[in-house]
Design a protein around this ligand. Sequence first.
Ligand SMILES: [Fe+2]
Ligand SMILES: [Fe+2]
Length: 170
Amino acid sequence: MISQKMQDAINEQINAEMFSAYLYLSMSAYFESISLPGFAHWMQLQTQEEMTHAMKLYGFLNERMGRVTLKAIAAPQTDWKDALDVFEAALAHEQKVTGLINNLMNLADDEKDHASKGFLQWFVDEQVEEEASTDAIVQKLKMVKDVPGGVFMLDKEMAQRVASVPTEEK
Ligand SMILES: [Fe+2]
Ligand SMILES: [Fe+2]
């Protein structure tokens, strides 16, 4: 059985992951609107990943005999200046999420909830990856900023992203 505090916090995180999915889908739609299908594809896969994060938390809470309660998902931003602006916003968002995961881990510590700590460690590691992969794209976009056609070249690279195969614990 999971504590009420931990349950409430995990329900909040389910909402945060769903919002992440919604935000990235909105970014995908923006890329479609400015004819960058590779970037749109990348963001769509990112949306799917965020949904798996939400479902992972959903499954864990049920497994711990907790009660999942879904809340309204806030409307995401719909417009950005350009591709760099989008990825800088995505990086800032991932940094915010890392803070949320750290807070969850701190709570699990306070509650002496070892099962939650073990479970949350996956998210701690995942955030390192999420920040690094988003930052790598920010850096590339900065590099091609003044190169004519640079963003279109990058768009082809972004189109190559494949869905990650879920591991057993996912
Ligand atoms: Fe996530
Ligand atoms: Fe993420």
